[in-house]
Design a binder for this molecule. Sequence first.
Ligand code: FAD
Ligand code: SF4
Length: 456
Amino acid sequence: MRAFAASLRAQGHRVHYLQIGAKDNHPRLTDNLDALIAHFHARRLCWQLPDEYRLDRQLHEYAAQLKIETEVVDSEHFYTPRLAVGEFFADRKQWLMESFYRHMRQQHGILLDMGGQPEGGKWNYDHDNRKAWQGKPAVPDDRRPSHDHSRLWREIQDAGVRSFGEAHNGQLSWPVSRQEALQHLEHFINEYLPEFGQFQDAMSSNQWYLFHSLLSFAMNSKMLAPREVVDRVEQAYRDGDVPLASAEGFIRQILGWREYVRGVYWSQMPGYTELNVLQQRHQLPHYFWDGDTKMNCMAHALGQSLERAYAHHIQRLMIIGNFALLAGIAANEVHQWYLGVYIDAFEWVEAPNTLGMSQYADGGLMASKPYVSTAAYIDRMSDYCGGCHYRRKQRHGPGACPFNSLYWDFFARQRSRLAGNHRLSMVYRQWEKMSADERDAIAAYAADLRKNLNSL
Ligand code: FAD
Ligand code: SF4
């Protein structure tokens, strides 16, 4: 915000920026607005639609009681208006992202051939995107400039803001200007977008970002518009610089997922952040705050989240979220944690991803079944299990991987809510096929783990 204020001033705009600890910065937003309106003898208040429901309500209510003229303008940082996704799905029970994504490709003419058909004959190249990463090809360096924010950080702490985690080497490399964000976009497209697609779901203990773009923060904080990112990627494909599977896979994340989750948020608020359809109740264990756990996959995913304010999608979904759901953590606790830990976390995008996609707290509006797995999936997509204290193939008994028994126990505990889902019939059939002794041993081991979550 400070760099943005400076760049606006340099362009000749008048900017009144209130620093966090400034004497004239009131704790309440509306008190600040009252003071500014009085100070500048304002005759008109204009604002850009904010992205958070609470703030949106607050500004509308505030404006409604003002005696001066008011105007609100939409944000140009999304393709769709807030309610478009809700209108697209209207009364449908399940909101399939894929159908919305195809509609968006057609509506905006993206990755279509001359006949208006999907480029390459397929809408989706997800099947080409499931490779594990064995150290090759090499991941390009992180060339983003790093920033020492220690003075600013002291100011924030002096203002009484509570925090957790510790910046990597005291430095943060997230962009502070549009120029930095644009430079990183070019670096990403030229150096590692070609590999993005195939290793999208891979995880590694040696590499924290693999081939992911690290662009969510720049887009969510509006340094970059999603449209310019998508257009630049399509251009790179048309110029023959990146394969179709990578360009399509990447564009789907922004044109599809990003717009879709925003639409879910605006159509479901208020109330969405309170959902807990699976009635989960446990508290978050301490390792969510300090990363100290014997589960190697969790230690890596949590550790890098606490140090870098970043984990890529599969770490968020299939390690941390997977564990939270299997362990029975209260959905709202998980939601608050994700909102607090990631650099790109804003409620409109974090809440549907965490509560809907990851924790199944909306009962299946977003996900057709819960995203959970045993160690087998984690072992296939990462090198975490090799260096772990726990045994990935064991379901119960000393040293057995917690993901294994908690997985089966989760489905057994949630039988009344999930057994009717035809996409889960195979899971329940497998559970029934196990001997009664095996099922009892799994249930006993899982119950013990859930009682001792803090010592895993
Ligand atoms: P890349 O993998 O390079 O993807 C490119 C871009 O696509 C991202 O920058 C992002 O803008 C968009 N994108 C990809 N997946 C999603 C998605 N599921 N929803 C919305 N946009 C998507 N994303 C956030 O921006 N903020 C959050 O607070 C957030 N919380 C999440 C919580 C959970 C539990 C999960 C499973 C996912 C969450 N995501 C969130 C989505 C996704 O994980 C991040 O957008 C991504 O990891 C950001 O890293 P990147 O820029 O390197 O992404
Ligand atoms: Fe994670 Fe289990 Fe693998 Fe350990 S064995 S890394 S706990 S999945």
